[in-house]
Write a protein that binds this ligand. Structure first.
Ligand code: ADP
Length: 609
């Protein structure tokens, strides 16, 4: 869409700059120009030039204690210091040189004052007027005399043929379904008015970052072919109290003039956070929020202004904002599932050249948990990789490698591991894969690699689920924990010692074990009591404990027990399959990267290392 930006700098800013330049010019530059023309000579030269009749005229500046004089042609001005010389005037008179005291030039300071101060001031006011008129024209006659203070700087996307449509937003069918009604309303508000149905004034799009909330809002405007005002919540909050509120007023004024239209407020939690009533709260933010609430109440349901807002922290919003009559409809925009990921990959792949035999389903399975933005990034990364390798289109392997780049960073070409370290990493990764493969409820191994990555990982094992997975059973979680501990277990079984390579595994295993006990009710003692609540669902899922100190101690004890139990299980699996472990680790050590099929073939004895 075409983007038209509102003027951002207030007029006062331009006036200030001009005034400053003038001041500097007058104070510094002008006197220098004047001084620069004077040639300084000594009093003797002045006397001898007088005697020789080489002087045009003389000005005696007693106050400044100096004499200015010109040559006969009056082309140069000389300056000399005044000396106590009572006969000077007589000598000048005798030589017939016209000379003046300072009072003769009384009018010149006034003239110079006029020239240096009044004249530029007039010019400056004229320029100011001219610019204010221009800005007023650009702002569509908006209130320019407010000197631009508190004007909303919403970006407007006007109608354009290349606007984003629903078809550009892949997956997210449920979200699109609820937004289609809005499009229909914007097309034909009369239909709704006749029956007396009021559209929701505000719709809140909630979901993790990068799932296409902004895109969906733009698509609504694109489909309905109406102007789209977009502003981020943080843009309202200014240094001065009251500016945010006046920006909100201005935004709504503009929107009402352009109705029907869409107003999109991104990251609304920046202004819509709960007012907690604490002393010394953020006055500016609260005023802005109050103004927003008032504005939303102030217009009738059928004016044709629809407000869309996006946030990934819905729980932090003020309840007044989410009550019916304001943002009363909430549209979840979740991370895409398998089909969604495949659809997004296909949509994004249309923008680049790809080989015909690409298996999007497989890529989508590999990129489990990725958001739309990450998938877009994966496709772009694949295109870049194709260019780097001198190919004219991206292939399946480009896409697969770019998933790994997004997950684990680029391959570190010059990382040199010692032989012993490389063996450790090979056994560690084989340990994960073998434990995963020997348990029934684990996702199949897709790839194992021991090429170091820029993220710091020295190797990794990729497991890919076959389809969508919405629920995890206790056994599946336990198996996951066992798989995480498999790497360390292999080191213990083979080398009899441990390394620092397992720190990430330890973190992941602990997280799962803790969640089993505090949130999923999978412990023996706590039954279905929540010991932890998730506070930031869409942004990493931080959680806080809600239990007594004694219970916390007990939770810690049980977490250790769960992990320990799975660690032992992993070690015994590896001990039982020690030969396979050696065979696979040797193969991995030599090849550095092996596929899931190769792994399974060796494991099942179909192939020897
Ligand atoms: P959000 O506002 O939810 O953080 P955006 O709408 O800004 O996310 O999405 C960021 C980028 O991710 C988009 O520009 C687009 O390239 C890509 N993207 C996200 N979701 C989708 C989707 N469902 N279909 C196609 N592209 C998507």
């Amino acid at each position: 869409m075409n983007e038209v930006k509102r003027p951002k700098k207030p007029l006062l800013y331009y006036y200030g700059i001009i005034l400053l330049i003038l001041l500097l010019f007058n104070l510094l530059a002008l006197p220098r120009f004047a001084e620069g023309q004077l040639i300084e000579v000594d009093y003797g030269t002045f006397m001898s030039m007088t005697e020789k009749g080489q002087i045009g005229r003389v000005e005696l500046q007693e106050q400044e204690n100096r004499i200015l004089f010109t040559n006969q042609e009056e082309t140069a001005i000389y300056k000399t210091a005044m000396v106590d010389d009572p006969e000077l005037t007589q000598r000048l008179h005798d030589a017939g040189i016209p000379f003046y005291g300072q009072e003769i030039r009384q009018e010149s300071p006034i003239l110079s004052f006029l020239l240096t101060w009044i004249f530029p001031l007039v010019i400056f006011i004229a320029i100011g007027q001219f610019m204010s008129k221009k800005l007023m024209d650009r702002a569509g006659g908006a209130n320019a005399m407010s000197f631009g203070l508190g004007k909303s700087n919403a970006k407007i996307y006007v109608k354009s043929s290349e606007g984003i449509k629903f078809s550009d937003v892949a997956g997210e069918d449920e979200a699109k379904e609820s937004l289609k009604e809005i499009v229909d309303y914007l097309h034909d508000p009369q239909k709704y008015r006749e029956i007396g149905a009021a559209m929701p004034k505000g719709i809140l799009l909630v979901g993790p970052p990068g799932t296409g909330k902004t895109m969906l809002a733009k698509a609504v405007a694109g489909e309905a072919n109406v102007p789209f005002f977009s502003m981020s919540g943080s843009e309202f909050v200014e240094m001065f109290v009251g500016m945010g509120a006046s920006k909100v007023r201005d935004l709504f004024k503009q929107a009402k003039e352009k109705a029907p239209c869409i107003v999109f407020i991104d990251e609304i939690d920046a202004i819509g956070k709960k007012r907690d009533g604490q002393m010394g709260g953020n006055d500016e933010r609260e005023q802005t929020l109050n103004q927003l609430l008032t504005e939303m109440d102030g217009f009738e349901g059928n004016t044709g202004v629809i407000i869309l807002a996006a946030t990934n922290r819905p729980e932090s919003l003020d309840p007044a904002l989410t009550r019916p009559g304001r943002f009363d409809r909430r549209v979840p925009v979740e991370l895409p599932d398998l089909q969604g990921r495949e659809a997004i990959l296909r949509v994004r792949a249309k923008k680049i050249k790809v080989a015909e035999d690409v298996d999007y389903g497989k890529i989508a399975r590999m990129a489990s948990g990725a958001s739309g933005a990450e998938l877009a990034n994966i496709v772009n990364e694949a295109a870049l990789r194709a260019v780097r390798s001198g190919r004219r289109y991206a292939t399946q392997s480009d896409l697969e490698e770019s998933i790994e780049v997004v997950i684990a960073g680029y391959q570190k070409k010059n990382a040199i591991l010692t032989d012993r370290e490389k063996w450790t990493v090979a056994y560690h990764e084989t340990g994960h894969a073998l434990v995963a493969a020997m348990q029934t409820h684990s996702a199949p191994v897709q790839k194992i690699t021991i090429i170091p990555r820029t993220s710091g990982a020295l190797g990794y094992t990729m497991q890919v689920d076959e389809g969508n997975h919405y629920l995890l059973t206790r056994e599946e979680i336990e198996n996951k924990i066992a798989t995480y501990t498999g790497g360390r277990a292999a080191e213990e079984v083979v080398f009899g010692t441990v390394s620092t390579g397992a720190s990430n595994d330890i973190e992941q295993a602990t997280k799962l074990a803790r969640a089993m006990i505090t949130r999923y009710g999978m412990s023996r003692d706590f039954d279905m009591v929540a010991m932890e609540i998730v506070t930031n669902q869409y942004l990493g899922g931080d959680s806080s404990l809600v239990c007594s100190m004694e219970t916390q101690t007990e939770i810690d004890r049980q977490v250790v027990e769960v992990v320990k139990c799975q660690h032992e299980k992993a070690a015994s699996i590896l001990l039982e399959n020690r030969e396979k472990l050696d065979e696979l680790a040797k193969y991995l050590y030599e090849k550095e990267t092996i596929t899931g099929e190769e792994f399974m073939d060796i494991l099942n004895g179909r192939k020897s290392a």
